[in-house]
Structures are given as structure tokens and as C-alpha cells.
Design a binder for this molecule. Structure first.
Ligand code: ATP
Length: 270
């Protein structure tokens, strides 16, 4: 179970060029995660400690995981991913043990980017902390914080956490020295959507009539993941009609289908 829950990938193939519309976020991630990995002596020379943990927050499918992978790629680091929900176990001490294992793997694979997705699963505000399940979850979080505190300053392991539920987070994890660098990763604006459309159609056989600007305007409210889904679906429409070239009409229909499907499951993302 553990081996499956933990994803370990050396220098993943995602690059900054694959990410659209997150210029500012990218720069911040580079400064806080990449610089300490590549230039640890800069921080010792200046006499400050790099931020311990960076927290990415924003709606699903906006590129948080991509950002973490791109840093690992750029720094030639090992990318280690674990979902917070995987750290929630019913046996006492199990979650804390998993956290220890996680950091051990990270240290054994330095330089490493440790990405903890759905951090809210172990770091939510608790209304009823008396129940045993909650106490166990809290212990898991304490273990995570203590592992972070235990780091030396060289910064060979960088921690990035992500959440879609920023409002739910316990303020304890946002205290100085913890996840004190907050980076909001929002849904893209029209300009960002256009770039993301271009990224995801790079390898596609796109007809001359395809207008990415118009598509970006059409697909308002789309996340990066939605844009990707629209591109794939547009390709499917072409295949169904036995064409190898994907037209504007295919993209329009694809967006209609995707936004309709999203509409029916909108409750899930609320
Ligand atoms: P979640 O909160 O659901 O884990 P996430 O924010 O981590 O989502 P990613 O896993 O990074 O989202 O994105 C999912 C997929 O959507 C990516 O693999 C990519 O194909 C596409 N995508 C999302 N955001 C972007 C973006 N800004 N630029 C290009 N592609 C994107």
C-alpha cells in the first residue's frame, strides 16, 4: 500500500514551458524552492534561512502539481508526491510513521522536492478534536511539522504542499517557519487560457480555422485541466468523423460537452 501511495520520480519531464498563465506563481516558486536547492550558499552568505515550506492553494486542475514537478525537473531533483488523504489511517501512529518514511525517502534522494497534495486532509480546522480519529490526524500533522523543524539549513529537501481548501486550514501550519509562503494558483484569465490552449495543441494537427483567442473567450471558467480535456475531446470529435485535422467546430463542440459534464458534477468541486 505504501509503495503505491508514494510517488517517486526522478527529474519529472514537466517543464516551465508546459505551464500557461502562471508567470507570477512560477517566479515565486523559483525563488522560494529552486534557489535554495541550486544556490544554498546564497542563503548562508546572506544569513537568512530559505522558507521551509511553500503552500500552493487554488481550485482543482490549475497546475499546482505541474509547478512542483517543473521545479524538480529544473533542479534535477527527485519528485516525491504523497496525498494528505493517504496519510490518514485508523491505526494509532500509522500516519506519523508514514510521514517519517516520507522524509527518509526524501533525504535518501536529495536533492528532492517533497510534494504533499491535499494537505487539508491532515491540517484542517477541527471542530471536534476529542474524537480519536481527529487526534490521530493531529498527531500526523505534528509529525510533519516536527520533520520540517528538524531540517538543517542547506535546503536539499524542499517541501511544497497544495490544497483546494485554503479556508479549511488550521492556522498552526501557517505560522512562521512552517508553510509561511503562500502562493495562490487561480483559474486562468482569458489570456492564460489562450496560452494553455496553445500548449495542449502543440502536438495536434490543428486546422487553419482554429482561433485560440476565440476559444479562450468561449471557455470562460475553464481550469487548465479543463482546457486540456477540451483539446483531447476535440480530437475525439475529429476521429469520430474520420478526419485527422481538428477544426474550430470540434473545439466548440468539445467545450460544450465538457462544460455540460462539469455542470452535472459541479457539486463535487464546491
Ligand atoms: P489538483 O488540485 O486537482 O491536484 P492541480 O492544481 O495539481 O490539481 P495539475 O495536476 O497540475 O492540477 O493539472 C492537471 C492537468 O491539467 C495537468 O497535467 C495539465 O495537463 C493541465 N493543466 C492544469 N493547469 C495547467 C496550466 N496552468 N498550464 C497548462 N496545463 C495545465
Amino acid at each position: 500500500v505504501r509503495a503505491r501511495a508514494m510517488e517517486v520520480e526522478h527529474s519529472p519531464d514537466v517543464t516551465y514551458e508546459d505551464i500557461g498563465g502562471l508567470e507570477e506563481q512560477m517566479n515565486e516558486v523559483r525563488e522560494t524552492v529552486e534557489m535554495p536547492l541550486e544556490n544554498p550558499e546564497m542563503f548562508t552568505d546572506v544569513g537568512i534561512q530559505p522558507p521551509s515550506g511553500v503552500l500552493l492553494h487554488g481550485p482543482p486542475g490549475t497546475g499546482k502539481t505541474m509547478l512542483a514537478k517543473a521545479v524538480a525537473n529544473e533542479t534535477d531533483a527527485t519528485f516525491i508526491k504523497m496525498a494528505g488523504s493517504e496519510l490518514v489511517h485508523k491505526f494509532i501512529g500509522e500516519g506519523a510513521k508514514l510521514v517519517r518514511d516520507l522524509f527518509e525517502v526524501a533525504r535518501d534522494n536529495e536533492p528532492a522536492v517533497l510534494f504533499i497534495d491535499e494537505i487539508d486532509a491532515i491540517a484542517s480546522k477541527r471542530t471536534d478534536s476529542k474524537t480519536s480519529g481527529d487526534a490521530e490526524v493531529q498527531r500526523t500533522m505534528m509529525q510533519l511539522l516536527s520533520e520540517m523543524d528538524g531540517f538543517d539549513e542547506r535546503g536539499e529537501v524542499r517541501i511544497i504542499a497544495a490544497t483546494n481548501r485554503f479556508d479549511m486550514l488550521d492556522s498552526a501550519i501557517l505560522r512562521p517557519g512552517r508553510f509561511d509562503r503562500l502562493i495562490e494558483v487561480p483559474k486562468p484569465e482569458a489570456e492564460g487560457r489562450e496560452i494553455i490552449f496553445r500548449i495542449h495543441t502543440r502536438g495536434m494537427n490543428v486546422a487553419d480555422d482554429v482561433d485560440f483567442g476565440a476559444l479562450a473567450d468561449l471557455a470562460s471558467e475553464a481550469s487548465g485541466a479543463d482546457v486540456k480535456a477540451v483539446c483531447t475531446e476535440a480530437g475525439m470529435f475529429a476521429i469520430r468523423e474520420d478526419r485527422t485535422e481538428v477544426r474550430m467546430a470540434d473545439f466548440r463542440e468539445a467545450w460544450e460537452k465538457i462544460s455540460r459534464d462539469e455542470g452535472t458534477s459541479a457539486g463535487d468541486s464546491l
